[in-house]
Design a binder for this molecule. Structure first.
Ligand SMILES: *Cc1c(COP(=O)(O)O)cnc(C)c1O
Length: 471
């Protein structure tokens, strides 16, 4: 598989180069030069002579069948099998991403059984293994730097802890993460993992990371790399659970997806392009509602970010939307680049009516909910079924209930549960009257020793610390 940039002005690359590059040199995101079709089907024999019956017995085996076309020829089937079985061995549920029924036509797909209790583990456990494999083959080494306000940092750290060819340095704002989130990062005892509490805000941390990447000399000297949500391999890994869930049902499924950067819902759209039996998608947001306004009113105007009880969706510019925009533009990179430049300049994106008709109508619906409604939804689902949702996932069950009942179809509706409720104990306790317990493997989290460093909000000081830590 070859990959092209969404802005049309960067060299085509193979999978390994795309993995390590993250962003393309023209500022675009990499996408495969064509969408492959699923080569194996579950439960039925292929009728077109091209598809074979899936023999996968586990999530990891199905993941290999789904992802192989994306990584060949750089990575072969035996190697991919090995990496997937290692990545998904760390999950606490044998099905990795199990389905739980909560109402007549409503299911929850639990994506939080990984080591850090958020769905980002599903991609980052594999991405860590992929990085280590590609770097070892090249005799190379990188330093991943990133900024986090919580979830991404711990999932990235866990994904690469113990990798021989990767150092990771994660910046977080001192005193501004939850205790669970901080401890999940600072108690990882691995020589290649480093955390830095910056005396500043999350935005300061992000600015420091950007400045380190923009310092070309520093970037080269330290072989800087990133695993943020625009990395193609993360989107690729997320297509798999859409395939496994939708294949469970006799009728095409609707997915309701709590959305921030658009990476998760984009992965679903790709799974459908590949032939997974998916009907459509519901996008849910909190009060940061840019995607809801876009889908419902053609209004993509960036506004200030407001903090909510679902902090991992407190995002106003959904970076992965660029990949869908490229498709909407008939894969014209120049046009995509132009639209995004204009968006940056005037803060507003305008899409032609027929593009909206072709790509959005019939595929995406959207709804947003404020904090009070989100907490009420956690309580409602708990009272009705005994099931405890986290606040991110609750926006999506609320959206599923609001939108799918108005449609005259009776297929399954699957809400993606993106975090374990114990990660957001305050909102959950407010809703159901008790704090959810941490799963067993984290029960002693608060007794574990923290190892971290502190730095002023100053580029030179942080750069010096990064070099000292990774020497
Ligand atoms: C990251 C995250 C999201 C948003 O995912 P996107 O891919 O950015 O849309 C939703 N819920 C939780 C718990 C997350 O950690």
């Amino acid at each position: 598989m070859r990959y092209v940039s969404t802005r049309g002005d960067a060299p085509d690359l193979g999978f390994s180069d795309v993995l390590l590059a993250g962003l393309a040199t023209d500022g675009g995101l990499y996408v495969p030069d064509r969408w492959p079709t699923l080569t194996h089907q579950n439960g039925q024999n292929g009728q077109d002579g091209q598809t074979r019956r899936s023999t996968a017995a586990t999530y990891a085996e199905r993941a290999v069948e789904v992802m192989l076309p994306f990584v060949e020829p750089d990575i072969d089937e035996v190697t991919l099998s090995h990496l997937c079985s290692e990545a998904y061995a760390n999950f606490r549920h044998p099905a990795v991403a199990p389905l739980v029924q909560i109402d007549h036509r409503q299911w929850v797909q639990e994506l939080f059984h990984g080591p850090t209790l958020a769905f980002k583990d599903i991609a980052l456990q594999l991405v860590g293994k992929l990085f280590d494999h590609v770097l070892a083959a090249r005799g190379d080494r990188v330093t991943i730097v990133g900024a986090t306000s919580g979830d991404t940092g711990s999932a990235a750290i866990d994904g690469v802890s113990g990798c021989d060819n990767v150092d990771i340095v994660i910046l977080y704002p001192l005193g501004r993460t939850s205790d669970v989130q901080r401890k999940q990062m600072t108690t990882v005892d691995a020589p290649n993992v480093h955390t830095v509490a910056v005396e500043g805000t999350f935005d300061d941390c992000q600015d420091l990371v950007k400045a380190m990447f923009n310092d070309v000399d520093f970037r080269r000297r330290n072989q800087l790399s990133a695993v943020n949500s625009i990395n193609w391999a993360r989107v690729m890994a997320q297509t798999v659970y859409y395939v496994t869930a939708s294949e469970t049902f006799a009728q095409p499924a609707t997915f309701s997806v709590p959305t921030g950067n658009f990476g998760n819902v984009l992965a679903g759209w790709i799974a459908r392009e590949m032939g997974a039996p998916i009907r459509d998608f519901i996008i849910s947001s909190n009060s940061n509602d840019i995607l809801t306004r876009f889908v419902n009113d053609n209004d993509m105007t960036a506004r200030a970010v407001v903090p909510t009880v679902s902090p991992s969706m407190d995002i106003q510019v959904s970076s992965n939307f660029e990949r869908l925009l490229f498709e909407m533009n008939g894969r014209a990179g120049g046009m995509t680049a132009e639209q995004l430049t204009r968006f940056r300049a005037v803060g507003r994106l305008d899409i032609e009516t027929d593009q909206r008709e072709q790509y959005l109508a019939g595929s995406f619906r959207a709804a947003c909910f404020d904090d009070a409604t989100t907490v009420t939804e956690i309580r409602r689902v708990f009272d009705a079924s005994g099931y405890v949702l986290d606040p991110h996932s609750a926006t999506a069950t609320a959206a599923a209930r609001m939108l799918s009942s108005r449609r005259d179809h009776d297929g399954p509706v699957i809400t993606l549960a993106t975090a374990h409720p114990a990660k957001f104990p305050d909102a959950v306790a407010e809703a159901v009257g008790r704090r959810p317990d941490l799963p067993e493997h984290l029960a002693d989290l608060f007794e574990r020793e923290e190892r971290t460093h502190t730095a002023p909000n100053d580029l030179a000081a942080v750069q010096q610390l990064v070099e000292q830590l990774t020497r």
